[in-house]
Design a protein. Structure first.
Lengths: 488, 222
């Protein structure tokens, strides 16, 4: 990678998404802390009438964190890094700038609409696809705008070959577009009923087992194309930039990219093991989940080896810490997933806390750590200021690392305990525990989880403060830093 | 080839799309028709049951309750016969859930009664000591949206050929007729079994509280 000193890039859209990342992060994770506490202390369900119950808040937590915090963070990374790897400023085209602003404001409307409708209980009920049809249409428009901007920039590019990050952005765009369209096929019920009932209500085009297949084809691959593919795009750009090291192996990145593209989509069936979907689909889901270790670890190892000979940076640069631990958590999570996808393990793990445990070591350890690194590496270049506090960043890193460990270890134990108790029988073959026994035993783990979540949230507040101060009060920089981000 | 693709974004995008679309086509399409067939004797949800299903979705019961009994002895002992694909043929959307913070509900109609549900929704710990489920008292005052449920019945009948009777027709007049002749009497029966004077009075006044519709739906799960 060569110096960018000669080019000026336009960061106005990057800045907008930076603020939504921070705000949605705080909102989404605060709701997460609340619902975790509600399980440990159920009397916390009653602070907001029908709008404050665990069941209403849970989708607000997942959606705000995924579509608010993560997607904003991904757009920060995209609008920042795509310009640089393509060697073109979005400011060179008035048209693309307009589309960019439009995309941001529609995104704000959609995200707010999502929170409000979830709170009111207007939902299709499908996980990560709860939006009713008016919001679905808005989201399709936002996505198409993003595609136009991406391919517009690609069309104007000065660097002919697409850098690895661009492969992953293109894949994110196409993957989500295809999955989202098919999963949200629905008919508004006013259309055929002569205008009866609620205007926003719709009914799925698929029923029962088919609906489940399509939904988990989406649900699993939303994980692929929102939690994984664009985050790999981020790490392929930000780790080499921050460390000043070239990517370890081009061939490994090729293998991982095309491998991931081919294999990921098959694995959706592992969400439906022992269900009523055809057996061979379940088996395929299991097998491909295990094969998925290869491309996942390919990317992660490629990133870790990029640090070869430069491991000293790990001790004195907190951003490198965040990214190296992110790759490590990615490896952990992509090993854990396939283990859970083995049918005999799944028989115990499915429907238990081990599943949210698995999700959270991925999202807290891998996705959110990469988003923090993305914002903090970009900030000095965007605001032309030094990072406000290195020690705050260090403290955040350790607090959040401890938080993630508390979170997933407690959920592992809780999940396996409950899974084993559900199936425990006495010497005569009778079930040993009533259902409520298997719930009450989880209390201490739910407390530990709530503590872990609170610690992570405290780390997030430290980050938000640090970021805000960097943008407004960090020491001014004369020249753009080459690699390592300057911090006070 | 890969070097060439990296310089030709259009073909690169086409290549990526084909690679990712392949798996979905192979796994979902072959069984699509077979998976959509109902088991013998399966009746579509009544309008009241559909309205209850909407309450189930609105209050997001599926964040803690599954509706999928897996084929293990421990599960069939606890919940009954394991679930069959054809039992879900009229489930739009499917409500299998992904986490059991509470027990599975796919056959809850076999072993609970309407008055149990009434007590449970009002104060879960009164029937299940130690329960972590919140009380859903607002379901006793909120009125179920039977009109939207009716609109859904008309929609699935017209669009997907779900076998509803001839009385399910588009338009307000048809809805009012079904409401009076079927939905309210059905609700009254449930409310009476719930042994709650307040609920009975409301249904008699033509307003069906959410908890009555929800219970009708839960009673149907067998």
């Amino acid at each position: 990678m060569q110096s960018n000193a000669a080019m000026e890039y336009d960061y106005s859209i990057v800045k907008l998404y930076m603020w939504t990342t921070v705000i949605f992060g705080i909102v989404g994770m605060l709701v997460g802390v609340i619902i975790a506490s509600q399980l440990a202390w159920p009397q916390l369900n009653y602070w907001l009438g029908e709008y404050g119950t665990f069941s209403r808040l849970r989708p607000i937590h997942t959606n705000v964190v995924v579509y608010g915090f993560m997607i904003s963070g991904i757009f920060v990374g995209f609008y920042y890094s795509a310009q640089r790897v393509l060697k073109v400023s979005i400011g060179e085209s008035k048209f693309l700038m307009t589309l960019g602003y439009l995309q941001f404001f529609l995104y704000l409307i959609a995200a707010s609409g999502l929170v409000i409708s979830e709170g009111m209980g207007i939902t299709t009920s499908k996980e990560y696809a709860q939006m009713e049809w008016p919001l679905d249409i808005l989201i399709v428009v936002i996505w198409v705008l993003w595609g136009m901007i991406m391919f517009g920039l690609i069309g104007m590019r000065r660097e002919k070959a697409l850098y690895i990050s661009m492969w992953y952005y293109v894949a994110t765009f196409l993957g989500v577009a295809m999955l989202y369209l098919f999963n949200n096929m629905e008919i508004p019920t006013q259309l055929l009923s002569g205008g009866l009932g609620a205007w926003y209500h719709s009914v799925s085009m698929y029923a029962g087992t088919n609906d489940a297949m399509v939904q988990w084809w989406w649900g699993h691959n939303a994980v692929a194309f929102v939690f994984t593919v664009p985050i790999i795009a981020l790490i392929y750009y930000y780790l080499p930039k921050e460390s000043g090291q070239a990517v370890y192996s081009y061939k490994l990145s090729l293998l991982s990219f095309w491998g991931l593209m081919f294999i990921y989509l098959w694995a959706g069936g592992h969400h439906l093991l022992w269900s009523t979907v055809p057996d061979w689909v379940q088996t395929m889901g299991s097998i491909f989940s295990v094969v998925l270790i290869l491309p996942s670890w390919g990317s992660a190892i490629n990133m870790l080896l990029t640090m070869k000979g430069e491991w000293n940076q790990l001790t004195d640069n907190p951003l490198i810490k965040f990214m190296v631990l992110a790759s490590t958590f990615y490896m952990l999570s992509t090993l854990e997933g396939p283990i859970q996808a083995v049918k005999s393990v799944n028989a115990i793990a499915h429907f238990t806390d081990w599943i949210p445990g698995h999700v959270h070591d991925g999202v807290l350890g891998w996705v959110a750590f990469m988003v923090f690194a993305t914002l903090m590496h970009s900030a000095p270049r965007v605001f032309k200021r030094e990072i406000y506090s290195k020690s705050l960043l260090e403290a955040q890193f350790w607090i959040q690392t401890v938080a993630v460990v508390l979170y997933f270890t407690s959920m592992w134990i809780a999940g396996i305990t409950q899974g084993m108790m559900w199936r425990a029988v006495d010497e005569y073959g009778n079930l040993m525990y009533s259902f409520i026994d298997t719930v009450n035993v989880l209390h201490p783990y739910w407390v530990i989880r709530a503590v872990g979540g609170t610690l992570y949230f405290i780390g997030l507040l430290m980050f938000a403060w640090n970021f805000f101060m960097t943008a407004t009060a960090g020491r001014k920089l004369e020249t753009e830093p080459q690699f390592r981000s300057p911090m006070a | 080839m890969f070097h060439w693709l990296e310089k030709n974004p259009f073909f690169f995008a086409v290549g990526v799309f084909l690679t990712i679309a392949f798996a979905g086509a192979v796994t979902i399409l072959p069984h699509f028709n077979k998976s959509a067939q109902p088991v013998k004797g399966l009746k579509p949800y009544s309008v009241l049951e559909l309205a209850g299903r909407h309450v189930y979705i609105k209050d997001n019961c599926l964040s803690c309750h599954s509706q999928l009994i897996r084929p293990f002895k421990a599960e069939t002992d606890r919940y009954g016969q394991y679930s069959l694909s054809g039992e879900y043929a009229y489930d739009r959307p499917f409500l299998w859930g992904s986490r059991r913070i509470g027990p599975d509900l796919h056959r809850v109609g076999n072993y609970r009664t309407p008055d149990w549900h009434a007590n449970h929704m009002w104060e879960p710990t009164s029937v299940v000591p130690g329960s972590v489920m919140p009380a859903y008292k607002h379901q006793f005052t909120n009125i179920a949206d039977t009109e939207t449920a009716y609109a859904e019945a008309v929609t699935v009948k017209t669009a997907f050929g779900v076998p509803y009777g001839d009385d399910i027709q588009p338009g307000r007049a048809a809805y009012e007729k079904v409401l009076k002749s079927k939905v309210l009497p059905e609700a009254l029966k449930i409310a009476t079994q719930m042994k709650n004077k307040d609920l009975i009075a409301r249904v008699k006044a033509g307003k069906i509280p959410e908890v009555v519709a929800l219970t009708a739906y839960l009673e149907r799960l067998k």
